[in-house]
Design a protein around this ligand. Structure first.
Ligand code: KMT
Ligand code: NI
Length: 173
């Protein structure tokens, strides 16, 4: 089951919970454009995918077993703050992980997800991802035909990117 809270901003491994003890409800997430569903029945995902124009999907396993010596490098990469010029949909099939998204005041909100949690991050939101301390997650990634899901790392130049501006206009102003 999904659980969201303010990140504690304390130093330490990115895979630790970093739970400040201050919870955040789904309504607050929706105000940031983040949509969450718990979907035990996979046919509902097919429906959601077709509604939103997603035609392709794959499954990624992030673990030391599946990525060998590249694992630590990979999770550091996923944890770099970035945005996409299209929305990002992830449907968790097994294991657990954290998506961190920036709040209105540019603070980190940590969203813990596990099996059957589906998360939609809107285009233009700054975010990052990490596995938790179990070092294992399996997720379905949904793709449109012409994916614009390349991660663009945060920078002053990216702050004026048109997709970022659109996100700010739609959710933060
Ligand atoms: C992302 O965009 O950071 C990822 O796809 C992470 C793996 S999906 C749990
Ligand atoms: Ni991303």
């Amino acid at each position: 089951e999904m659980r969201a809270y303010w990140f504690d901003n304390l130093p330490g491994d990115q895979r630790m919970p970093h739970d400040s003890g201050r919870a955040i409800d789904t309504k607050r997430l929706e105000q940031l454009g983040v949509i969450y569903y718990n979907i035990p029945d996979t046919t509902r995902v097919d429906q959601l995918a077709s509604e939103r124009g997603y035609k392709n999907r794959d499954e990624i396993v992030i673990s030391p077993e599946s990525m060998a010596e590249k694992y630590e490098e990979k999770i550091k990469m996923f944890f770099r703050e970035h945005l996409h010029e299209d929305e990002e949909i992830r449907y968790i099939r097994d294991g657990r992980g954290y998506f961190d998204v920036r709040s209105r005041d540019d603070e980190w909100v940590r969203i813990q997800v596990d099996k059957n949690d589906l998360l939609i991050l809107p285009a233009g939101i700054y975010h990052r991802f990490t596995t938790d301390n179990s070092n294992y997650i399996k997720a379905m990634r949904l793709f449109k035909d012409e994916p614009k899901w390349t991660p663009l790392n945060r920078s002053a130049a990216l702050d004026i990117n048109s997709y970022r501006q659109l996100y700010i206009q739609q959710y933060l102003s």
